[in-house]
Ligand binder design. Structure first.
Ligand code: DX5
Ligand code: ZN
Length: 227
């Protein structure tokens, strides 16, 4: 994975057909997705449960490009090896998931993955100051994690601006997760984001049998951002 700040759309399979993950991953890539975003939830850190490392391993052969795994679990450390073995390219942990995020990020890189750090809407960017040199991606949550289809929280735009300035020349992606649509996407891209996760806005209107709407939806987000 080489680093660049060009716009990347990462559809979240949280909005896909859960009985058809492999085919859904192939369909969104064929329709122009840059990365595939995989939301892991434990019913403890967030109030919803999705799937674990075995599901990630099962879908890995159906993804040609980047598998971007967002861990909404606590604790994180006991499961890093399992998600790395499942083939995650990027493994993101939440700053709020435990008292030792510094150690968690070291362990993620140690397991051979790119290290992502996700922050909830209530977490200030100042909390990231001593972590910036150990991450490849910062995921700014623009909804409270746990569910797809929620409303974008506009106060996070100023946070993205601050974060972009803090990152400076470091090769660190800013990813936005939650409520991304053709209306909200340009706001966060202008603030400095380069990876946009989108669940409902990508999958709406389409299916594995009728994947063309996925492409239309992905292009609508790109066009809205001037890409
Ligand atoms: C929320 C997840 C998101 C979510 C985005 O906890 O991390 O990735 O699926 O869904 P939309 O785009 O529908 O807000
Ligand atoms: Zn996510």
């Amino acid at each position: 994975m080489s680093f660049d700040r060009t716009l990347k759309i990462a559809p979240s399979i949280l909005a896909a057909d859960f009985a058809n993950f492999g085919a859904e991953c192939a369909a969104i890539e064929a329709q122009g997705a840059d990365w595939v975003h995989v939301d892991v939830m434990d019913g403890h850190f967030v109030p919803n449960i999705t799937f674990g490392p075995q599901m990630c391993a099962a879908i890995r052969p159906h993804i040609k490009g980047v598998m971007d795994v967002h861990l909404m679990i606590a604790p994180v450390d006991p499961y890093i090896e399992a998600f790395a073995s499942a083939g995650a390219d990027i493994l993101s942990a939440h700053l709020e998931a435990g008292p030792h995020i510094h150690r968690t990020l070291q362990a993620i890189r140690g397991a051979g993955c790119k290290a992502g750090l996700a922050i909830n809407p209530g977490t200030p960017v100042e909390a990231l100051e001593y972590l910036l040199d150990m991450v490849d991606l910062i995921c700014v949550m623009t909804v409270n994690p746990g569910f797809g289809g929620q409303k974008f929280i506009h106060s996070q735009i100023a946070k993205v601006q601050k974060l972009r300035a803090m990152i400076g020349d470091r090769p660190v992606h800013i990813e936005i997760d939650g409520g991304v649509t053709p209306e909200t996407a340009p706001l966060v891209v202008a603030a400095g984001a380069d990876v946009l996760v989108a669940g409902s806005a990508v999958f709406k209107g389409g299916s594995v049998a009728n994947p063309a709407p996925y492409g239309v939806n992905i292009r609508a987000i790109r066009v809205a951002c001037g890409a």
